[in-house]
Write a protein that binds this ligand. Structure first.
Ligand code: KG4
Ligand code: ZN
Length: 361
């Protein structure tokens, strides 16, 4: 099955062409073409992502990325539109939510126009399902369900029980900021540009390598709470107070703040994941850790330690380049969607952008 996939939920415009064969538990995924354009530099000047600006940029970039993707795959678009020479796409998958609605609409409108032109079905995909199934790529082992997914991105921090393909139950979520958002906000306090997650990670690593002892501790919000929810807004504020109280901005101080922030943020993620595995997700055979923050080296190391406590559990992480937003994961989720419900290909209904879409709804 050949799938063209489109992602425009936030500030990355992405298009991919995949060829997927095999069954949904263990698909063979070939990336024929994959392009991505990040609007980070544009939004950076304004200090945040503006939905209408993102939409305009997506509209501008989508045709360019489509042509790039098809050319990479060896199917250049003919001059007057129509499908690329020799290309037969079976389906178009597009992110319908969650995300910024104007940005989502840009992708949906483009996908539907393409679907009409090519006479192919368009399937809406949940962005978070995309993150979950991003771990399918490059895997050479079957994915056993039920699974527990720790989803960590700029907009989400969730523990999700995956009972079956397409059957999700959210066990816990953040009550305020997402963990990626906290990384970005703390980075800003330390004078680093967006997205701050990777930059915090580099500073924290420098502090660890220095062998310095940390002489302060930040809070681990909700670590002992009786549920699987998270909170990151208090931790962010604690960092702000620390910076104000010390009045320092030297490299050593910044590195230590980054390290202790990272320690605190990740300790809570690990503790809640353990709690879920010991309790509500006790049946899980697989642990999935996905979303942009899954690219974090310290989280990766701590998750590998955690898995040692559960000898029967298999760990699945996305390839590093597929942890942050991309269109490959949307294509994989589209494939799984269709495998679950083949009728979806014949019963085309209008796709709507759903900014607050939640898994399982
Ligand atoms: O999944 P994603 O690309 O977009 C959303 O769906 O939100 O996640 C982006 C988030 C940003 O907050 C970014 O700072 C964070 O992932 N991130 C990281 C790292 N790489 C990306 N956070 C910590 N360490 C990293 N290495
Ligand atoms: Zn994402």
């Amino acid at each position: 099955m050949k799938i063209l996939s489109i992602e425009t939920s936030c500030d990355e415009t992405a298009v991919a062409l995949l060829e997927i064969t095999g069954e949904r538990e263990n698909p063979k995924i070939k990336i024929l073409g994959n392009s991505l354009f990040s609007q980070v530099a544009l939004h950076e000047q304004y200090g945040g992502v503006y939905p209408m600006l993102a939409k305009r940029e997506h509209e501008k970039n989508l045709p360019i990325l489509l042509e790039k993707t098809l050319t990479e795959a060896g199917f250049p678009l003919p001059a007057k539109g129509g499908a690329g020479e020799g290309l037969s796409v079976d389906l178009i998958a597009v992110t319908a939510g969650p995300g910024l609605e104007p940005a989502l609409w840009a992708g949906i409108t483009f996908a539907e126009e393409l679907g009409k032109k090519w006479g192919k079905p368009v399937v809406p995909v949940d962005h978070m399902e995309g993150h979950i199934w991003s771990v399918m790529y490059g895997g050479n082992s079957k994915l056993d369900l039920p699974a527990l997914a720790l989803l960590v991105s700029g907009g989400h921090t969730e523990l999700v029980l995956i009972k079956g393909f397409g059957q999700y139950e959210i066990l816990g979520h953040t009550v305020d900021d997402a963990v990626g958002e906290a990384f970005d906000k703390v980075a800003r306090m330390l004078g680093l540009t967006y997205p701050g997650g990777p930059k915090i990670s580099i500073l924290a690593q420098k502090s660890r390598e220095s062998g310095r002892e940390l002489n302060f501790k930040l809070p681990r919000p909700m670590i002992h709470s009786d549920n699987l929810n998270f909170s990151y807004s208090g931790l962010k504020t604690a960092v702000l107070y620390k910076i104000k109280a010390e009045g320092r901005s030297d490299d050593e101080f910044k590195e230590d703040v980054a390290r202790e922030f990272e320690n605190a943020a990740i300790e809570v993620l690990i503790s809640k994941t353990r709690k879920a595995l010991l309790d509500e997700a006790g049946e899980a055979k697989t642990l999935i850790v996905a979303g942009g923050v899954a690219a974090n080296a310290h989280l990766n190391a701590e998750v590998h330690k955690l898995i040692q406590e559960f000898p029967d559990l298999t760990l699945k992480l996305p390839e590093r380049s597929l942890a942050t937003d991309n269109a490959v994961m949307i294509g994989i989720a589209g494939f799984i969607r269709v495998q679950n419900d083949l009728d979806i290909l014949n019963t085309q209904s209008e796709i709507r952008a759903r900014g607050n879409l939640t898994l399982g709804s």
